[in-house]
Design a protein around this ligand. Sequence first.
Ligand SMILES: [Zn+2]
Length: 150
Amino acid sequence: MEQENKKQKLPKIFIVLRILSLIMLIAGIVLIVLSMTVFKVGEASSMGVRFGGITLIIFSFVAAFIGFSTSIAKAQIKAQKHVISQSKEDLKDISEMHGDIMSPTSEKVARAVKKGLSEEEPSEEHKYCKECGKEIDKDAKFCEHCGHKQ
Ligand SMILES: [Zn+2]
């Protein structure tokens, strides 16, 4: 509940800062215009008013920066999300390309592993020829493939 209250209160400060920055900007411009029209240029009063106007404009930029920081952050997050989603698509493409290249190889590996496993399986009725390595009957005295003596 406290977190929800904080979330609801926070934007108000930013809205106030945005309004304040607009008021300060207008006031600053008005002061600068006044310093160049109503007040005599070069006089201390004109300089003071102009300085006040410039200060107000600087404050207005600071207030605007803070006031719009949530929007800036949101825009940045949005931009990052866009970049991430694009990279995801690129990665997907790369992995698909990689998969196409790798699939014949992985199929070979899978077949070899399968074959290896089945060959390593101890067979009761069969053995392998010492010469050619082919499967022959356990009791066979000669290889049925190459004729080598067992
Ligand atoms: Zn043989």
